[in-house]
Design a protein around this ligand. Structure first.
Ligand code: ATP
Ligand code: MG
Ligand code: MG
Length: 367
């Protein structure tokens, strides 16, 4: 068992019972460094997940961990009330020797330990409709269990994350400054966005007016952030709570549709392949609304399709902003990569706007 000194120091920061038998790199996460620890104890084998939190991405680890602690404690209470198994149906943080939900090592890196969720698997790619449906149920259920959580007490760990009007302002600034001299070559895309300026207020203003409630949103609703039970094939737990923040239900729903119901990859260059698959939209909407189990207001449900349009539009705006600013935020693997990504998103926006009546009809079926 090859363990670096840093990992050793972190393991020693948590007094886990028993004898450490194995420590391996684990999973396929892209953000944190994840390890699986196996201990032999008098009561049998016990496993844990140890994670070094990404320092470059999460600038406020204490606030982040306050969010994770608050949400997991709440979920635990709800799951017990519902007769469920909290150690499988939510993440369980293990306290460090200092009694904190994290450990800071001698170089200032933040680590945390979760109980390992046994008998369940994270899948990286959607293989059939059921996977997409299961993830929808899981993220809907997450909304349901957290429906009465005081969302305003959560830290906004990434400020203005889904403040769409603010994203547009930043975009306009990038166009005006045009530091790379690229604006003229993307006038068509710039016009597309500016013609839809009003759209950026569609959900934001409803939230400001208090007509849409602030909820606990996950903000990284991909398939490999849920665990699927190996026996029943059902989603049992939502994991990866780093981006939990106050927000709108339509954000989580919309982002899932943006990447999960698209017929093409995010950076597809042949735009004729890019559209929103209404069958997949239907599958996800059914699962999500079922999972929410009556916890959403009528207006929140009605606004789910708008969430899909807006999350896609917001991403299109962000990709074009980054292209204009010299690709400093999203990693690129080829020239014009962010422009390609912007184009798929704007193509999807146009397609979704045309399909809005059908999307609304689907939503009403499950209301
Ligand atoms: P991402 O790239 O999705 O942001 P990440 O780096 O933030 O990932 P996580 O999603 O938290 O990392 O964890 C990485 C992987 O480790 C998960 O996909 C899952 O396979 C596994 N994992 C995380 N927590 C647990 C747990 N409590 N029990 C079992 N497996 C877990
Ligand atoms: Mg993850
Ligand atoms: Mg993550």
């Amino acid at each position: 068992m090859e363990i670096s000194n840093k990992v050793h120091e972190a393991i020693d920061g948590f007094k886990l019972p028993g004898e450490l038998k194995e420590c391996i790199r684990y999973g396929s996460g892209h953000i944190n460094d994840t390890y699986r620890l196996t201990y032999e104890t008098p009561k049998g084998t016990k496993r844990y997940i140890l994670q070094r939190m990404s320092k470059s991405i999460f600038k406020k680890p204490v606030e982040l961990m306050e969010n994770v602690s608050g949400v997991t404690a709440w979920l635990r209470k709800k799951i017990i009330e519902n007769g469920g198994d909290p150690e499988r149906e939510t993440l369980t943080l293990v306290k460090s020797n200092d009694g904190l939900p994290y450990f800071v090592d001698s170089t200032g890196e933040y680590w945390r330990v979760y109980l390992f969720i046994e008998g369940a698997t994270c899948y990286d790619a959607v293989k059939d409709d059921n996977d997409f449906y299961q993830s929808a149920v899981a993220f809907g259920h997450f909304q349901r269990l957290l429906a009465d959580y005081p969302a305003e007490t959560l830290h906004e760990t990434i400020k203005d994350f889904h403040n769409t009007p603010d994203r547009l302002e930043k975009f306009k600034k990038a166009v005006a400054e045009d530091i790379c001299g690229r604006a003229a070559s993307v006038q068509k895309e710039i016009d597309f966005i500016l013609e839809r300026e009003e759209l950026t207020h569609a959900l934001y203003d409803l939230q400001l007016d208090g007509r849409l409630p602030l909820r606990v949103t996950h903000n990284d609703t991909k398939l490999n952030n849920i665990m699927i039970d190996d026996e029943t094939g059902k989603a049992i737990c939502v994991i990866d709570l780093d981006t939990v923040m106050p927000g709108l239900t339509a954000n989580d729903f919309g982002d899932s549709i943006r990447f999960g119901a698209s017929t093409a990859l995010e950076d597809e260059q042949d735009l004729s392949k890019v559209s929103c698959d209404l069958h997949l939209f239907d599958v996800y909407a059914r699962g999500f609304i079922e999972g929410c189990g009556g916890a959403l207001t009528d207006l929140e449900i009605d606004m789910l399709p708008m969430g899909a349009i807006l999350m896609t539009f917001e991403n299109g705006i962000r990709f074009l902003t980054d292209h204009l600013e010299g690709d400093h935020y999203f990693h690129i693997h080829r020239e014009g990569h962010n422009l390609d990504r912007c184009r798929t998103q704007l193509t999807l926006v146009k397609d979704m706007q045309e399909k809005l009546p059908q999307m609304n009809a689907i939503i009403q079926k499950y209301k």
